[in-house]
Design a protein around this ligand. Structure first.
Ligand code: FES
Ligand code: MG
Length: 565
């Protein structure tokens, strides 16, 4: 394959002239021929003033460039979209595929022999790995790393499980407006990603377990010297990958993908990872088998005691040995022969761990946080193609529950009526939210964490059964059924539920049932209101026409690879 600046020449009909032009222009940046006659490592820059989770990207770029140059390569930094959870409207998920498309095409369009993908906030690593899986350029992921924790009156705080807990206390009038404002300045105490086992940490650590980051790169703190050294080492690795590198599709073998599923269950990781992994599978022409994922969950214990399932923060996970230490507890359940993007196998990652003492944060198999995994897959007449629940973060007493449905037709409807005292809700009721799925909202917002109605919160109610076609933040907790598929706006039976219906949740039996007869359900389905109008133009139109359901990861149908298994 042609390498360096000769790679992917724009054709003016004369390849030598194309190279001549390319060199003439790039020399305007001050490069010499010697600098240009080397393997080129692209570095995706996702810095943005709107993205504090990527606030350390400029320093990471400097360190990665240093590593590339020390190893004899030429780094070329290029910008891509940057998406932050709180600054992307209508949802960051709505924009993930746009980022994946943009990253894929920029990696393909510009000359680079390997690429370093720097990212961290929830949708970034998924978008980048989806792009890489569709690209032939060897790629290595460099996560930005988790933020530091803060402290309020002696209590540690970290975004964003504590954001939710504190806000719930404020809603329940346990803390006042002054204190909640004071805490606001302490929740995200440095740049970097949310410091619990939310989606960002889950995806970064999964990529480490799947061979796409250097060992420990999934968890080192954003502000640490170790993070910068990992960036430098990533730069060096990326140069070696220009010679020997596997493509991401070659790294993500069936063994690597399955290792990802095992690790997700053991981490107590985010439900959002199920959606992102399904999208990555789709880029490889495969379908994430939800039954297999559930079966893995029945064998794999949760070993990591981090919020929201447990009590710690990412700093402790890293100190306890991070992913290599976790994987060393799971060797019988993993395939350690899975390759890594930068050479060697997962066995080499496990071999880097030196921690052998008993630890509270990464437990040994004899002392799990819970003996079965974090996430269960449900099905039934309400979720014909599945739904998920993070049962490790739920009230165990509610995992088998039957109650009266209270239905909200949209996120707006829920926001307007949830706290209305005239709406009679008891703690035994089942809160149902619909039209919050991939097409319905659009963008499948993280609205599945339906707040406890204010009057019940004041009475001390902390958890209720809640269900929706939405997602939930990986930093949230509760007895919450998510990703009901198909969604209500795409012909799912969730659209037919009425307030007053009975709903049965049976997590041990993996069932979610609406207790009405098949005939009644069919009659209701035939009598649904018309779907909302299709957006008229632009990305919203493209999204609406091509987004897939949660079981295909919300990727666009035209971006998925043709099945080849
Ligand atoms: Fe970016 Fe949580 S908001 S990782
Ligand atoms: Mg999140």
């Amino acid at each position: 394959m042609t390498r360096g600046l000769r790679r992917r020449l724009t054709s003016y009909g004369d390849q030598d002239f194309s190279l001549f032009l390319r060199k003439a222009f790039i020399k305007a940046m001050g490069y010499t021929d010697d600098a240009l006659d080397r393997p080129i490592v692209g570095v995706a820059n996702t810095y943005s003033d709107y993205n504090p989770c990527h606030g350390n990207v400029p320093q990471l770029i400097e360190a990665a460039k240093r590593g590339v140059m020390l190893a004899g390569g030429m780094p070329m930094v290029f910008p891509t979209i940057s998406i932050h959870e709180s600054f992307a409207s209508p949802t960051s998920m709505f924009l993930r595929n746009l980022m994946a498309m943009e990253t894929e095409e920029m990696v393909r369009a510009q000359p680079m022999d390997s690429v370093i993908l720097i990212g961290g906030c929830d949708k970034t690593i998924p978008a980048q790995v989806m792009a890489a899986a569709s690209s032939e350029v060897p790629a290595i992921v460099l996560p930005t790393g988790p933020m530091d924790t803060g402290n309020h009156r002696g209590e540690r705080l970290g975004a964003c499980t504590d954001c939710r807990r504190v806000w719930a206390q404020y809603r329940a009038e346990q803390i006042d407006g002054d204190e909640v404002s004071e805490i606001n300045g302490k929740l995200a105490s440095s740049v970097g990603t949310c410091t619990v086992m939310g989606t960002a940490s889950t995806m970064a650590t999964l990529m480490e377990a799947m061979g796409l980051t250097l060992p420990m790169a999934g968890s080192a703190a954003a502000t640490s010297a170790e993070r910068m050294r990992l960036a430098e080492e990533t730069g060096r690795a990326a140069v070696a990958m220009t010679e020997t590198g596997l493509t991401t599709a070659e790294v993500l073998t069936p063994a690597a993908l399955r290792n990802g599923l095992v690790t997700l269950q053991a981490l107590g990781g985010s439900t959002n990872a199920v959606v992102h992994l399904a999208a990555i599978y789709g880029r490889l022409g495969k379908k994430l088998d939800m039954a297999e994922f559930d079966a893995i969950g029945q064998k794999v214990p949760v070993l990591v005691d981090l919020k929201p399932s447990g009590s710690g923060y990412m700093g402790e996970f890293h100190a306890a040995g991070g992913v290599p230490r976790l994987l060393s507890e799971l060797t019988d359940l993993l395939d350690l022969s899975a390759p890594r993007a930068f050479g060697g196998t997962l066995a080499d990652t496990v071999g880097t761990q030196s921690q052998r003492y008993e630890d509270q944060i990464i437990r040994s198999r004899s002392r799990p946080i819970s003996s079965s995994g974090a996430i269960a897959v449900l099905s039934g007449n309400l979720a014909p193609r599945g739904a998920v629940i993070k049962h490790s973060a739920a009230d165990p007493q509610l995992l088998t529950h039957e109650g009266r449905a209270i239905v909200f037709d949209s996120v707006k409807d829920m926001t307007e009526r949830l706290d209305d005292p005239s709406l009679e809700i008891t703690a035994e009721d089942v809160l149902v939210l619909r039209n919050a799925g991939p097409r319905g909202a659009p963008g499948m917002p993280e609205a599945g964490y339906i707040p406890i109605p204010r009057h019940l919160a004041r009475q001390g109610v902390k958890d209720m059964v809640r269900l929706s076609d939405a997602r939930m933040s990986g930093t949230a907790f509760g007895t919450i059924v998510l990703h009901i598929t198909p969604e209500s706006a795409d012909g799912g039976p969730l659209a037919a539920v009425r307030t007053g219906d009975r709903i049965r949740l049976d997590v041990p039996g993996r069932k979610l049932e609406l207790l009405v007869s098949a005939n009644e359900l069919a009659a209701r389905m035939a009598d649904l209101p018309p779907p909302p109008p299709v957006p008229e133009r632009g990305y919203a139109w493209l999204y609406d026409q091509h987004v897939t359901q949660a079981d295909d990861g919300l990727d666009f149908d035209f971006l998925m690879a043709k099945p080849h298994e």
